[in-house]
Design a protein around this ligand. Sequence first.
Ligand code: ATP
Ligand code: MG
Length: 572
Amino acid sequence: MRQSRTLIPTLREVPADAEAKSHQLLLRAGFIRQNTSGVYSYMPLANKVIQKIQAIVREEMEKINAVEMLMPALQQAETWQESGRWYTYGPELMRLKDRHGREFALGATHEEVITSIVRDEVKSYKRLPLTLYQIQSKFRDEKRPRFGLLRGREFIMKDAYSFHSSAESLDETYNDMYQAYTNVFTRCDLNFRPVIADSGAMGGKDTHEFMALSDVGEDTIAYSDQSSYAANIEMAEVAEVAEAKHEEMKELQEVHTPGVKTIEELAAFLNVSPADCIKSMLLKADGRFVLILTRGDHEVNDVKVKNLLNAETVEFASAEEVAELIGTEPGFVGPVGLHPEIEVYADFAVKVMANAAAGANKADYHYQNVNISRDAGEVTFADLRFIQEGDPSPDGKGTIHFAKGIEVGQVFKLGTRYSEAMNATYLDENGRAQPMLMGCYGIGISRTLSAIVEQHHDDKGLIWPLNVSPYDLHILALNMKNDAQAQLAEKLYEDFKAKGYDVLFDDRAERAGVKFADSDLIGLPVRITVGKRADEGVVEVKIRKTGESFEVAVDELSDFIEKQMKSLSSQA
Ligand code: ATP
Ligand code: MG
């Protein structure tokens, strides 16, 4: 493509309201333009990248027999009402009415539509398994659209859905997808981790999120430094600690602790460490009150509490509720002498605490020398805290570290959640109707583009990995008014196109400085500059990633470029 004929509106200034590096660079390099909050146009260069990512996705889907189709973005409310999600999805679902007052949603995801299609078209176990996918714009009225394409309100997703007559078959497709996603993100040159994720209130079903490591990521990943273990921080299990060294139980003692309400204040007041204090929290799980205990230096993990109690929502009890139930302020609540009706759940680490400090359920008082087995009523012990950096890895190999991640994809075993609600059944070998087992699998195509940029850039601009670069080669003619330069550049442009390369040719009547700056900003992997030595038949080749540059004679250029491309593609 001739640069004079396309639209690459580069900017010299960093746009003021763009926080994330990828958002800034994609705007500056002319890849995207915002229409309104969270809604973008993919300008010609971004469109090329989107097409390359999609081509990789399509190849990997083909390998595992997933079949492409295209469903409507405009979906009637009735389909969503059947699954129940019309009422539970919340304000992220964009809803609208047609001229007759009938209600619709813009597709945020397509479980409902695909389930209704497969329900109507597939009746026998003989037609299963079946995996269908599409690549399409999705709509979600996100609370905080931000970071450009990373969290949009309209974005491009690949979504796949699989249907099965047995759990083994679902497992097989899930594993195939897991591998396909690993291949996709590897080919996109992303530094990523598949992590164990939360399956939400449905509970107990397998799901992994694919996380591109990046500081702008909104999720924290706990990973082992010595194994492939990685989980979302809320899902990382903490192993039960072995019994601590035996310490003699001292006599329980009430201490006057006026105004001492936080763990830090308590530890300072008693001159002990927070790890010697018990944190006691009254929580409301689906309306039922429970007391949760953790060690003072640990954080309670609400997802673990939710899963343990099988609850949809878990929140802190209000100060009024604490006063009414326990008769004091939250800062003085504790496990000793508590009303027996209140269930007590303690993190494993509390079990091995000896002679700890805890609230006395009385204003301005705490207990010292609390030993949970001796002093509290019935307590259920479980893994209830967030893992911390430095904890041993749950798989027994190595130590836990934290990293931030961008969720670029997710694979999920849905089970019969949708098929039961929407009556999607098949007839088994014995002619009996059974609900289909389902899986769903998403890749954020537009988010992946931004994640690649987050990981591949420098001060001067973007640095595209060859596999997803908008073009392979950038040819710059420094002075189009110079005949030798213009002719040689034109010839190289035609030659390299004929060899099958995707070439961007800067044939504009711009100054050399502008061309170099734009070229660095756009960040194609290899640049050929036709300049002063054109009449001697010598050009400059520069590798964007390494900054290496070479003077190459034109008759050796083709082999030279081929070698460079080979080496760039083997690095991905
Ligand atoms: P998030 O937790 O980031 O809101 P999600 O878990 O709700 O995402 P899914 O329903 O799993 O998203 O959608 C599949 C994929 O679509 C995600 O893994 C992500 O890559 C992408 N995606 C989801 N929401 C957005 C968005 N607002 N903008 C861009 N991509 C998105
Ligand atoms: Mg997700």
